[in-house]
Ligand binder design. Sequence first.
Ligand code: AMP
Ligand code: GLY
Length: 421
Amino acid sequence: MKVLVIGSGGREHALCWAIAKSPKCDELFCAPGNAGIDQVAITVPIAIDDLDGILDFVAANAIDFVVVGPEGPLVAGLVDRLDEVGIKAFGPTAAAAQLEGSKAFTKDLCAKYGIPTAEYARFDEPDAAKEYIRIQGAPIVVKADGLAAGKGVILCRNENEAYAAIDHIMTEQAFGEAGAEAVIEKMLVGEEASFFALVDGKTALPLVAAQDHKAVFDGDEGPNTGGMGAYSPAPIVTDALTKRVMDEIINPTIRAMAAEGMPYKGVLYAGLMITEKGPELIEYNARFGDPECQPMMMRLKSDALDMLLACAEGRLDKFKLEWRKDAALCVVMAAEGYPGAYKKGSEIKGLDKAEDLADVVVFHAGTLEEDGRIVANGGRVLNVTALGETVKEAQKRAYQAVAVLDWPGGFCRSDIGWRAI
Ligand code: AMP
Ligand code: GLY
């Protein structure tokens, strides 16, 4: 079958790497891809937000199945457009992707169906929002309703910070239309955990646990990023917690979405707070985590294409997911300066040597091939991922591979996985 993957990050490289191993995959394309994806798929220069361009490519190349990596095209309705022309796709429709695209939508759904989450209120007018903050007091959390590239959540220690957050989101419109509405909610206290399930509209299958590190510096210090590394399994997600999350959060959400006439299909990625009362939902994402997907794909023993197709075709009730026993760990190498301003164009050497190490895959994120050289072309650039008998062993292998790479323009954290070790 002919498969098209949408996206250009490490997540999409990991998905392409896993799909390419399937005997059912005859031809694999990726739009727009990167220099690493180019080694396992045919990359085509179509932007992820060019839905017309994607639809034209699918028709012209008789693509059978489209796997959508990032949230942007999901929220924009790519899966709906593909449905209309009878092309199978992995990922939710625009209506179902509201679980990520609108925090207000998700909070209202949780309230209506009794799904545990922080107490909240939603506002489309700054004065009313500030009045609510005055009554509630701090600490409190202020969020832009829509997609804000992971920057739309402001944790406020006092009321003045919360008023400033309202000004930033609603009055200054720092996130544009995404901040036309704000959600204000109680600060939850506990340990955070990520939870992933595959959902086919009716059935949800939990995936192995994976956890990222958001802060840019060692010890989880410094500003937040898209993720500086990830590991799987994550000890916080025990079997008992998995059962509770499935029973109290994931399955009720799946039933709620079906009841609302917008059945959810794709990966459902829940950000959770494990409070003293139990797991509570912080937020949903409608896609795999990046970089969490990279260690997950290295641990996947089942055929990845089969898995994604079973999800798209509503056959998860009969699908048996299999995983390797090994742990996996991914170290993100970023361009000096990230998550602030960074330079593009520095050359990366030693990729072959790193890949020669046993059980190591260097997934590419922001890379470009220029006259036979691989150069940095983004903030997060490489995702050095390794398997090992334990998270500690996987960590050792991943950092051995990092040491072999020769990229003076890059940096990484030196402690990925510390919570699990
Ligand atoms: P996001 O950028 O949407 O992934 O969320 C940012 C982070 O804000 C989460 O990972 C949590 O650490 C934190 N957060 C969001 N909402 C709450 C809340 N109600 N209570 C405590 N922390 C929160
Ligand atoms: N690593 C966090 C995310 O994918 O949202």
